[in-house]
Write a protein that binds this ligand. Structure first.
Ligand SMILES: Nc1ncnc2c1ncn2[C@@H]1O[C@H](COP(=O)(O)OP(=O)(O)O)[C@@H](O)[C@H]1O
Ligand SMILES: [Mg+2]
Length: 358
């Protein structure tokens, strides 16, 4: 997301002051002070989690992001993280099991590219183009490929979608991509074709589900929460930090809840109830293959007992769920919002118990 499009702090403050849905100033002040005493830190989450809105009456159920970040190292082995952090290792590892993941068509390290188990040296844009054309033509739709950084990137920051026709019509983009790709390591993935129901919600990106899972002290894996994300500004990535929007999913029914949250810095104080472009209403929209998606993340979580607290990205294809990636450092702030506060969540309470917070 281009930071220049983000609202400044003073602009946001004015928006909050003018928001007809905000609580009275004295109540906001009192709540901020009480949260400061509760958490011994400035409760920035009071704003980023929309707790200034009149209908947020349970402000103490939400946690500061600082706290949510601080608990991760307790549950996740630093060495084991590599299987999720490196997207190539992720692919090699999960491919061994009966788990649907996007197919890798090619990957590179600097100017060495690997296609069909053969290495190729690429030293100029035109050779790069030839390889791109070759791999795109091999895909099911034969019209695009997803290119992403192998490691050290998140939030949809280094994810690109290139269409076959761009090879001829958009030389500038291809040239820039060539220089970026050959500076480090990237992988080139088949574009996921999402389920038609989710395409109706928003066709510009694959709208993935973020599940977070927890493995308790007895080795039982549970889903803590789930929400769906979608771009609301025609991007090919759905991440909220890239300007996307998230809507909570009821874990029992697989239906969307009412509210769509974006980032306060991008969209401002407005909470959406429909997609601004497609106008699809969020509430009660049913996620296809939701039971299968839940089973997929439980199965996957159990494969790495050293990683006990993980956020998974799952797409829904025409034939079932597809695992995009896992994050051991996921931003649980989104789940805290979608759960209307983690504190009452039964699985999250197990976490709080284990760290002696309760
Ligand atoms: N193979 C793919 N096909 C289509 N869209 C994809 C694919 N991989 C990723 N995306 C889109 O890009 C987003 C970010 O990709 P992801 O691999 O999770 O990277 P990051 O680590 O930056 O979050 C996904 O949530 C999805 O919307
Ligand atoms: Mg992701």
């Amino acid at each position: 997301m281009d930071r220049r499009n983000q609202k400044t702090k003073s602009k946001l403050l004015i928006e909050i002051l003018k928001d007809p849905e905000r609580k009275p100033i004295f109540r906001i002040t009192a709540e901020i002070i009480s949260l400061f005493y509760l958490y011994k830190t400035i409760p920035r989450h009071y704003f980023s989690k929309y707790l200034f809105k009149k209908d947020r009456t349970n402000v103490k159920d939400y946690f500061p992001n600082k706290f949510l970040i601080s608990i991760k190292p307790f549950f996740n082995d630093q060495g084991d993280k590599e299987v999720l952090e490196n997207k190539l290792y992720f692919n090699f590892f999960y491919n061994q099991f009966n788990i649907s993941i996007p197919k890798i068509l090619m990957y590179n390290n600097k100017n060495i590219f690997v296609v069909d188990n053969l290495e190729r040296e690429v030293n100029n844009v035109s050779d790069f183009k030839i390889l791109l054309e070759k791999i795109i033509r091999k895909t099911a739709t034969a019209d695009s490929v997803i290119i992403k950084k192998t490691y050290g990137s998140f939030g949809g920051e280094s994810v690109y979608k290139i269409f076959l026709n761009q090879l001829a019509t958009d030389p500038e983009t291809i040239k820039n991509l060539y220089f970026e790709v050959t500076k480090s390591a990237f992988l080139f993935q088949e574009t996921i074709i999402q389920h038609p129901e989710l395409d109706k919600l928003n066709p510009s990106s694959v709208n993935s589900i973020r599940f977070d899972t927890f493995i308790d002290q007895n080795g039982k894996a549970d889903i803590i929460s789930a929400f769906i994300r979608m771009s609301i500004n025609n991007l090919c990535v759905d991440n909220v930090s890239s300007g996307g929007c998230m809507v909570a999913i009821d874990l029992q029914t697989g239906k969307l809840k009412k509210d769509g949250f974006s980032s306060l810095k991008v969209v401002g104080v407005k909470i959406l109830t429909e997609h601004p472009v497609t106008k699809v209403i969020f509430e009660n929209l049913s996620i296809p293959f939701f039971e299968q998606a839940k089973a997929l993340v439980i199965k996957t979580a159990k494969l790495t007992p050293g990683l006990r607290l993980v956020g998974w990205d799952v797409a829904i294809g025409a034939l079932g769920p597809i695992l995009i990636e896992g994050n051991s450092n996921y931003d649980a702030g989104g789940n805290d919002i979608s759960e209307s506060g983690y504190r009452k969540n039964p699985v999250f309470r197990k976490i709080l118990h284990e760290i002696n917070y309760l």
